[in-house]
Write a protein that binds this ligand. Sequence first.
Ligand code: F3S
Length: 385
Amino acid sequence: MNLDKEDEMILAGEYGETRQKMMEILVALGKVFGAESLVPITSAQISGASYKTIGKWGLEWLSNLDSKVAVPSVLNPIGMPRENWQDIGIPKDFADSQNEVIAAYKRLGIRLECTCTPYYLNITNYGDHLAWSESSAVSYANSVLGARTNREGGPSALAAAMIGKTPNYGLHLFENRMPQVAVEVEAGAKYANHFGAVGYLAGKLVGNRIPLFTNIRPSRDQLKAMGAAMAASGAVALYHVKGITPETRLPTFKAVPSETITIEKSDIDELFKEVDVDAVAVGCPHCSPDELAKLAELLDGKKVTKTFYVFAAKGVKSANPEYVAKIEKSGARVVEDTCIVVSPAMDKFDTVMVNSGKAFAYVPNMCGCNVRIGTTEECVDAATK
Ligand code: F3S
């Protein structure tokens, strides 16, 4: 791989052991995937931030690093809100370990924005090269924003953050971003507009290929939900929606997949089985301001009868105090920094209702409880009946 003079010096250890290790990670990745060079990135988003997912070995690895990031970098959700973590039943020993993880990342110069929706923080533009690791954020950045990132692991995103570059392969190269399979969504399903469910089914069918949806018109929030679900039930890091996502409008876009698959309407509706639930959680991926507004409207004048968590980035929560106040007046709680899956807060419930295809895919294994999927309206009904 071609490295410039400074990169060679980093690799030789002239800027310290931590930077040397980080460069070794990037070079090893680049060699495995055939990258010819490194490409500068504009930001990094680093997973492996919850103590629930990295445990004591991850914390030990982080604690031994002693350099600073070179580009704006944020974290994926951690395992609890940084303040008032007791309110959602986080045990103290977990909180103590989580706080050590946060302190370790802070020492590295990483902004303590803990979210899977870093694109609401205005750090991403069309064509930017990124090193992001949360699968739904990767999907949104590539597909909806037209930025370019591979799905990084936590260590490779951190390595890229410290060096300010990432190996130039995979989805950083335009020729690798063309669709490989066409997807049609059969008309007539009752839940056809639940794009989390559509994405959940599509991900199972397309695996890690790049799909091109040909007959749907999702909003931005619906694209977010669909991409997150496809990245969870499959391994989709980039998708296109004809006439909607930006790269499909380029003259150089080649929309010629040889295979078409259909998402059957009966398969969509079958996901929505009514079962009793003892908690409701929305905000996977973290809520947008519009999603908070909708929840505030739906909960207006109502009282929740069971635990109802709404997950959002701290920055989005604090920029929308009126919606948050309305939601919390109902007894629901808007929780920042953490999420349905990476927090131990949901593990104690028997059955959790979600409005997210990604949470529907992950909750059984990651939280050890049953899961029901519904629309946002159905989630509010279930939480307030
Ligand atoms: Fe985000 Fe957690 Fe869902 S990281 S996409 S809220 S599983």
